[in-house]
Design a protein around this ligand. Structure first.
Ligand SMILES: NC(=O)c1ccc[n+]([C@@H]2O[C@H](COP(=O)([O-])OP(=O)(O)OC[C@H]3O[C@@H](n4cnc5c(N)ncnc54)[C@H](O)[C@@H]3O)[C@@H](O)[C@H]2O)c1
Length: 360
């Protein structure tokens, strides 16, 4: 049994790799270590994995067809957990080509590898962003998902359709997981908890849209990773799609308040009206996934943000600091003021807030 995890230096991939190795599985982790955000954070995630005998790292780009063909031929994987992607909703507005290369061409190369070498399980990351402009809560798998409002979301939906096609033509068992906002230690610098923590510790002002009357479905990293590992272990036949989230929406002000407590500092907040196009709440219908895996998220937001805050301060310290290579800081514009909106969409008229809360 040999499992390939793509995006193994990433936030979710590194945690999933840890869990699989701890369960005694042989894991090959692949990543191109790109600089969308600070590659040193990716290296640090890999450092403890590198100590495990059952783990091997391959630095390669999934958009490199020859490299992927060679690797799949050589390695003969039993399972593939495909998490490598260009993530981030807002970044896709001005950097479309990297999304096409990693999320479309790269995805095709992984599908081809799975097909050519008869991999037995194929699990891949999709995203809650595929729900686009849908306003019906909670978001259910059978809801329409044909109104993406960012190229990122369009590529994730395209992945689901490509996987369906390969399942239909070549009987590949393919399972897509629509993750809802994941947070926790070793998290992504372009996402809300990280950027809120950064702003709070720097004493910078946070813009709170709709006067804080917003809700998001946050899911702790260990709960997500456990779900991914279980689905890969149990395996699915056929073509499956699942929502993967805690299904316990948290109010924005509660979220910030809990983080303030965890960091022991008070955030400077500026309350603003709802931005045009903002989505007030997201909520995942996840019954099917947790029933299928026999597992439910157990981490409360207090516990999860406590663990996150501890990691953040241990890793970066409490003082002023810069996160080199945090491209989204540049995309979002001002590094002096965090904009905290909760927009689902990322159209050209969208607010910088999207880089914060919908960068999934
Ligand atoms: N974190 C979330 O809340 C969230 C929500 C929805 C979906 N997702 C999806 O889950 C997956 C993992 O997300 P994450 O939060 O761990 O992001 P991440 O950016 O931390 O991890 C992705 C990893 O993939 C690697 N990668 C990107 N392009 C590559 C390429 N062409 N070749 C090889 N490696 C490449 C990156 O270097 C990175 O280490 C992604 O597919 C993302 O779209 C994440």
């Amino acid at each position: 049994m040999k499992t390939l995890i793509t995006g193994a230096a990433g936030f979710i991939g590194a945690r999933v790799a840890h869990m699989l190795v701890e369960r005694g599985e042989e894991v090959v982790g692949l990543d191109n270590l790109n600089d969308y955000y600070d590659p040193r954070l990716k290296q640090s995630r890999l450092a403890s994995l590198a100590l495990k005998r059952a783990f091997r790292f391959v630095q390669a780009d999934i958009a490199d067809r020859e490299a992927m063909e060679d690797m799949f031929r050589r390695e003969r994987f039993t399972k593939v957990i495909h998490l490598a992607a260009q993530a981030g909703v807002r970044h896709s507005i001005n950097h479309p080509h990297v999304y096409a290369a990693s999320n479309l061409t790269g995805f095709l190369h992984i599908l081809e590898g799975v097909r050519q070498t008869e991999v037995r399980q194929f699990v891949y990351a999709s995203s809650s962003s595929v729900y686009g402009t849908s306003r019906q809560l909670p978001f259910a798998i059978d809801d329409r998902a044909d109104t993406p409002v960012s190229l990122y979301a369009a590529t994730k939906r395209a992945n689901e359709l490509m996987a369906h096609c390969y399942h239909h033509l070549f009987q590949i068992p393919a399972t897509g997981l629509r993750f809802f906002t994941v947070y926790g230690p070793w998290g992504r610098p372009d996402m809300a908890p990280f950027r809120f923590a950064q702003a709070i510790l720097r004493g910078e002002t946070i813009d709170v849209y709709n006067y804080g009357r917003m809700q998001r479905d946050f899911t702790f990293i260990d709960d997500i990773a456990e779900g991914v590992v279980r689905i890969a272990e149990r395996g699915t036949q056929g073509y499956r799609l699942f929502n993967v989230g805690a299904s316990q929406p948290v109010g924005l002000l509660d979220f910030i308040g809990t983080l303030e407590q965890a960091l022991g500092r008070t955030a400077k907040k500026r309350f603003l009206p709802l931005q045009p196009g903002d989505v007030v709440a997201t909520h995942a219908d996840v019954e099917e996934f947790w029933k299928f895996t026999g597992f439910r998220p157990t981490t409360t937001i207090e516990t999860g943000l406590g663990k996150f805050a501890k990691w953040y301060v241990d890793y970066y310290g409490e003082g002023q600091h810069e996160h080199d290579g945090d491209r989204n800081t540049q995309v979002a514009g001002s590094a002096e003021r965090e904009h905290i909106g909760l927009e689902q969409s990322a159209g050209q008229g969208g607010s910088p807030a999207e880089a914060v809360l919908q960068a999934s």
